[in-house]
Design a protein around this ligand. Structure first.
Ligand SMILES: Cc1cc2nc3c(=O)[nH]c(=O)nc-3n(C[C@H](O)[C@H](O)[C@H](O)COP(=O)(O)OP(=O)(O)OC[C@H]3O[C@@H](n4cnc5c(N)ncnc54)[C@H](O)[C@@H]3O)c2cc1C
Length: 515
């Protein structure tokens, strides 16, 4: 009996001690968090940005210029070595200049590109960015460069501002209280787990984002793989054009990446993917692709392969933009929206998003009002639609017509696209203005896509419309609809075309620079 009493009292004492410990500890943690929040309010940031890639760095600079205190957390400060984001369209350069970041393309050995040389079945034509586009108030040329050099340049520019704190650390999770994001937990350079709090958190952690999963259930779809390598110490005969070869099974691209390096790349699909490690990819590129590369480019295409250049493969993903219902947080860049890289426009859309967001946030003196910030995010989502949906849809359409096929209807569409793009005059300039982001308007996109479809049907029916040709034409029309309608639906046709939003966007996009 006495023993049972002792046991009972010991148990009670244990439960009591544990409860006291637990309550004290929770209180301590809550006090610590409140203290940290108070400390952050005094000395801390207005905005936390996760990731100092293209988007995070550019946004940090833009917000700091508007007087915000910005804390950027980037997991790796070394120069990235990536095969993405190497081509900045003229429209992207305009955005950079509006953000005051145009000099980030200086001193990185960026190469000027005035258009595209397109090759198909032994024919070639040059399609240039239009130089007399009155709607485009900037130099109509693109730039190609090593992405890592550009990212470092953006990081340097952002951290040159005293209100930007760029810290190396890996963000582990978002801190959430009652549906509002309060900040992040992260591991700093010393390996310590710590927190950062701010009224607004921007998730800009790229295409492999882990954090977006806690904000929405958006899933990226892998469409294909971009395979590429660099041929070193060489120059293209025509370095001011990106060279696009409409080969089989899919297209090949070459462009001057720096004064001495040429990027060679091609697209492959998972069902036909030779092993890079076993050397099968090199053999495939040499035996299947190289013979289709025009002789004047072939030597450079083979140079990298012969010299054992490092071959990389990167997934090409598509992900439509979705709003998170959490407050106090914005997702941007590839973590938010992705399109096929055939149109090389991810950075342009991202910079345009930053410009729109910055302008919408400017009137808010205090970012602590989560409801007001939520309203801004909703407006941002609809104002960005005309431009982003145009580029996303163009990416889908352009990537699909580049794929070779034994289907006559598909092949006619591919031929029609080549003829249209390379025909000169308003067709070429219209398509190049779209591809270069110089006129990213939905109505222009729809016009040119319909025109390409009709042009392809005309090509199929000539010289006279036999029953089989009529049948293929109908199939081609069906294919064009199948290619576009689901995509336009997913993007939201009404938001894309709703004139109020389009007008708001154009105002934001084309307005004279105020920075
Ligand atoms: C094959 C391919 C080719 C492309 N080519 C082009 C092109 O030619 N032109 C073009 O305009 N666009 C191109 N794009 C798209 C373009 O590269 C992207 O849209 C752009 O880089 C996205 O920028 P971002 O800031 O969202 O992400 P990123 O530039 O990838 O930056 C993300 C940053 O977040 C950091 N990070 C990630 N997780 C964490 C974490 N947990 N904590 C802290 N930091 C973290 C990363 O280290 C990185 O620095 C291409 C895409 C692909 C796939």
């Amino acid at each position: 009996m006495a023993f049972a009493h002792v046991c009972l009292w010991t148990l009670l004492a244990f439960v009591l001690t544990w409860t006291v410990f637990y309550v004290t500890n929770r209180k301590k943690k809550a006090t610590e968090l409140a203290d940290a929040a108070a400390e952050e309010r005094r000395n801390g940031a207005d905005v936390i940005i996760v990731g100092a890639g293209v988007g995070g760095s550019a946004l940090a600079y833009a917000l700091a210029k508007d007087g915000r205190r910005v804390h950027v957390i980037e997991r790796d400060m070394r120069e990235p070595e990536r095969m993405m984001g190497e081509f900045m369209q003229p429209g992207g350069r305009l955005m950079l200049s509006k953000l005051g970041l145009q000099d980030c393309l200086d001193g990185i050995d960026a190469q000027k590109a005035t258009g595209m040389a397109v090759y198909k079945d032994g024919k070639e034509a040059v399609a240039s960015f239009p130089v007399d586009n009155n709607n485009f108030p900037y130099d109509p040329s693109a730039r190609s460069f090593h992405n890592g050099r550009f990212v470092q340049s953006l990081r340097q520019k952002a951290s040159s501002l005293s209100s930007v704190r760029l810290e190396e650390g890996t963000v582990k999770s978002l801190i959430e209280e009652k549906g509002v994001i309060k900040g992040v937990t992260y591991k700093n350079k010393a390996g310590e787990e710590t927190t950062a709090l701010a009224p607004l958190t921007v998730v800009c952690d790229g295409c492999y984002s882990n954090l977006r999963r806690s904000l929405n259930n958006n899933n990226a779809e892998v469409l294909s793989y971009q395979v590429g390598y660099i041929s070193k110490n060489c120059r293209l005969d025509d370095p001011e054009n990106l060279h696009l070869i409409m080969s089989k099974p899919s297209s090949i691209m070459l462009y001057q990446l720096s004064s001495t390096d040429v990027r060679c790349g091609f697209e492959l699909f998972p069902d036909n993917f030779p092993s890079i490690a076993k050397g099968e990819m090199t053999t495939f590129a040499k035996n299947t692709l190289a013979p289709q590369v025009p002789p004047k480019l072939r030597k450079i295409f083979l140079k990298g392969l012969d010299e054992g250049a490092h071959i990389k493969a990167v997934p090409a993903k598509r992900m439509t933009a979705t709003l998170s219902n959490k407050k106090g947080v914005i997702v941007l860049g590839d973590a938010f929206n992705m399109r096929h890289p055939s149109v090389a426009a991810g950075m342009m859309v991202l910079l345009s998003d930053i410009l729109i967001l910055r302008r919408l946030l400017q009137p808010l003196s205090n970012l602590g009002d989560a409801n007001k910030v939520s309203e801004v995010i909703k407006s941002f989502y609809s104002i960005r639609k005309p431009m982003s949906a145009t580029v996303n849809t163009l990416g889908t359409a352009f990537s699909q017509v580049l794929i070779a096929s034994t289907d006559e209807a598909k092949e006619a569409m591919r031929q029609g696209c080549y003829d249209y793009l390379c025909s000169g005059g308003f067709r070429t300039s219209g398509m190049m203005a779209l591809l270069g982001g110089m006129n990213p308007r939905p109505i222009s996109l729809i016009y040119h896509l319909c025109a390409i479809t009709l042009h392809s049907i005309g090509h199929l029916l000539s010289p006279f419309p036999s029953p089989i040709r009529i049948w293929h034409s109908l199939r081609l029309f069906g294919l064009a609809l199948k290619m576009l309608v689901p995509h336009l639906k997913a993007e939201g046709v009404s938001q894309m075309l709703f004139p109020a939003n389009a007008a708001a966007y154009r105002k934001s996009y084309m307005a004279a620079s105020v920075f």
